[in-house]
Design a binder for this molecule. Structure first.
Ligand SMILES: Cc1cc2nc3c(=O)[nH]c(=O)nc-3n(C[C@H](O)[C@H](O)[C@H](O)COP(=O)(O)OP(=O)(O)OC[C@H]3O[C@@H](n4cnc5c(N)ncnc54)[C@H](O)[C@@H]3O)c2cc1C
Length: 397
């Protein structure tokens, strides 16, 4: 089959890939191993260039198409979908709001199109917590020999086993002792001093390879600096990054919850304890299944309402970025509730490692800890309502 181009093609191929991912998901989840073969499949089918702009050799998929694909992929394997989300949103956001120098933008696009090279941000640190909090990274970049000397330790570096490009956030100290700058640097996995510490052993999304990135006095040429701003100043990547990231995470979470829903529905149609009644005939089961569908469809509607508002910059009723925050927060909470209901439908065997539903139960929670976190999203809504004009959004990692 030729590489997919229309939304219908993308979705058909995504469902085909998701079915293959689903056969491998339990093993990767159990071992905490990285699904290299899924990424080979994604590359072969053109998905790693899906959001790369057409004039750079990619497919230029719209935000809405990307989100539909994310839901499909996540229904097969949440970890693979969450991981590839980090790569694909980079191109979608940058396409809308250019912040990278041409040289690197061209390199990221060409790498994705020709080689399936993956890119992601390494910003979070143990001491810093979420960079969205506005703290200063402990990782430093100091001028040295006309270039930079990078030293630090990043946590949560999703796709660490396969990333070609790490976009590393570091503090650039001010020589005069003033406020530092925050810089983003391109680090390659074979740069001397770069290593991966395989720490990722998490409750959910266990196959995302979100290990630590260790930067042991890494020397970089000056051209590796992508962008730079004074600590506390607005990030040039701002709003587009937040929209693509938050909605991509929401669509991924929806896919995981839909897989749990489908499992519970199939179970309820077949399960007939003591050969008496099939459990689908019990009112409690029927109500729970209906409630799951209500929660998932409400989430889907919110996600695509926010995507449409973002794509058309439709601010009627609520600013697009606030709709994004609403969609992300409400989808996460709806999906957690939906998977919980699905567990109750399936009953005691839902706890069994022989069924995928206990994995969905764990995976669906992970995006609670991806931006925008609930408290920050609610604060954003409160700010819009109470403190106009709104502040510029913070960076997204
Ligand atoms: C599966 C997964 C993949 C990830 N992949 C990546 C990646 O590829 N790259 C990357 O850089 N990071 C990644 N992250 C990290 C993520 O973006 C967050 O930085 C990380 O989860 C820590 O966020 P935190 O809010 O818990 O941290 P903390 O900042 O330590 O916050 C701890 C708690 O305090 C609350 N809190 C802190 N400050 C405030 C405040 N000012 N106002 C209100 N509440 C506050 C938070 O809401 C949270 O409940 C990933 C995380 C997960 C779970």
């Amino acid at each position: 089959m030729a590489e997919p181009r229309t939304e219908t093609d993308w979705l058909a191929k995504a469902r085909e890939l998701a079915a293959a991912f689903a056969t491998r998901a339990a093993q990767h989840d159990r071992d905490g191993s990285f699904p290299f073969e899924n990424f080979d499949d994604l590359h072969q089918a053109g998905f790693l260039a899906m959001t790369v702009p057409v004039d750079k050799g990619g497919h230029g998929a719209s935000l809405s198409t990307f989100l539909r694909v994310q839901e499909e992929l996540a229904a097969g394997d949440g970890s693979t979908a969450l991981a590839v989300n980090m790569h694909l949103i980079r191109f979608g956001a940058e396409r809308e709001s250019r912040a990278f120098p041409d040289r690197w933008w061209d390199a990221f696009c060409e790498g994705a199109v020709r080689h399936g090279w993956l890119v992601n941000t390494a910003a979070t640190e143990e001491g810093l917590g979420s960079p969205a909090g506005g703290g200063i990274p402990e990782t430093t970049a100091t001028p040295a020999g006309g270039g930079w000397l990078l030293a630090g330790h990043k946590t949560f570096t999703t796709m660490a086993p396969v990333l070609h490009y790490f976009i590393v956030m570091a503090a650039i100290p001010d020589a005069a002792g003033g406020r530092p700058s925050i810089g983003n640097f391109v680090v390659l996995r074979d740069d001397p001093g770069v290593s991966i510490d395989a720490t990722w052993d998490s409750l959910g999304m266990r196959a995302t390879g979100s290990h630590d990135l260790v930067l042991d006095r890494v020397t970089l040429p000056s051209g590796r600096l992508l962008n730079r701003r004074l600590a506390g100043a607005a990030d040039a990547r701002g709003a587009a990054g937040l929209a693509w990231f938050a909605l991509g995470v929401a669509a991924t979470t929806l896919g995981v919850a839909r897989a749990a829903r489908d499992h519970a529905v199939a179970f309820a149609r077949e399960r007939t304890p003591n050969d008496s009644r099939t459990i689908k005939d019990y009112p409690g089961v029927r109500t729970r299944i209906a409630r799951i569908d209500l929660l998932l469809q409400r989430s889907r509607a919110l996600i695509f309402d926010a995507a449409r508002a973002w794509e058309t910059r439709d601010a009627a009723g609520m600013p697009p970025l606030d709709r994004v925050a609403v969609a992300k927060v409400d989808t996460l909470n709806n999906c957690i509730e939906a998977v919980d209901l699905a567990m109750r439908v399936v009953g005691g065997v839902s706890l069994s490692k022989r069924r995928p539903i206990e994995r969905y139960y764990r995976d669906v929670r992970a995006a609670l800890h991806n931006p925008p976190l609930e408290d920050r999203a609610l604060e954003q809504l409160a700010r819009s309502a109470l403190d106009e004009p709104a502040e510029a959004p913070k960076a997204v990692e």
